[in-house]
Design a binder for this molecule. Structure first.
Ligand code: IMP
Ligand code: MG
Length: 197
């Protein structure tokens, strides 16, 4: 893990509470640069509306969005995937919807992680009702072996194994979002440990 003078507290938590780091701060920075180039090249000078799925995708969106070179608009959609703090629910709930008009506009959905596929599928179906000019998806992380619904994102940061991860926007019981890296929690910080593979 690289040192980051701006986040000493988060670094300490990462060192103490993570069993292992899957993606370092440096790797995230590097990959976001590559993704931003790829996405910017896809849209060229065409305007792009970004819809970020919050809260998880806030950090990723902020860093990626700043590096896009095409003309952009930004909105958010709030989805809950958990009925309580830790257990995923089968049908993610729409808590707050986007406000921008995306009809006949190029639209890109950004999420932190593609897991069972339910969240992204729900958001994509909702946005398609508005008949955007195009609709693509971008996720920082992909756990391809966990799909309940067959769905693939157009832009993927990292493919990772089936482990519950935290950091860089991803939480466990609303904690750890501020870690600069992405990692797996030590067993003693997981509750219930048996749910997290
Ligand atoms: P899906 O609907 O199962 O694809 O899950 C997507 C949502 O579940 C993500 O937006 C995350 O909020 C959450 N999620 C899935 N896996 C993880 C994880 O390993 N750590 C933290 N949140 C996760
Ligand atoms: Mg999420």
């Amino acid at each position: 893990m690289t040192e980051s003078a701006s986040q000493p507290a988060a670094q300490k938590i990462a060192q103490k509470e993570l069993a292992r780091v899957l993606v370092t701060e440096e790797q995230i920075k590097q990959r976001i640069q590559e993704l931003a180039k790829e996405i910017s090249a896809t849209y060229g000078n065409e305007e792009l509306t970004v819809i970020s799925i919050i809260n998880g995708a806030i950090l990723f969106t902020a860093d990626l969005f700043r590096q896009l070179t095409c003309p952009t608009r930004l909105d958010c959609i709030r989805i809950s995937s958990y009925s309580d703090s830790e257990r995923p629910i089968s049908d993610p709930e729409l808590l707050d919807t986007f406000r921008l008009n995306i009809n006949n506009r190029h639209t890109l959905v950004i999420d932190d992680i593609l897991d069972t596929g339910r969240t992204l599928k729900k958001v994509v179906d909702l946005l398609l009702e508005e008949e955007p000019l195009s609709l693509r998806t971008c996720v920082l992380l992909d756990k391809p072996n966990r799909r309940d619904i067959p769905y693939e994102a157009d832009f993927v940061g990292f493919r990772i194994p089936d482990a519950f991860v935290v950091g860089y926007g991803l939480d466990f019981d609303e904690k750890y979002r501020n870690l600069p890296c992405i990692g797996v929690l030590k067993a003693e910080y997981q509750n219930p440990p048996q749910w997290i593979v």
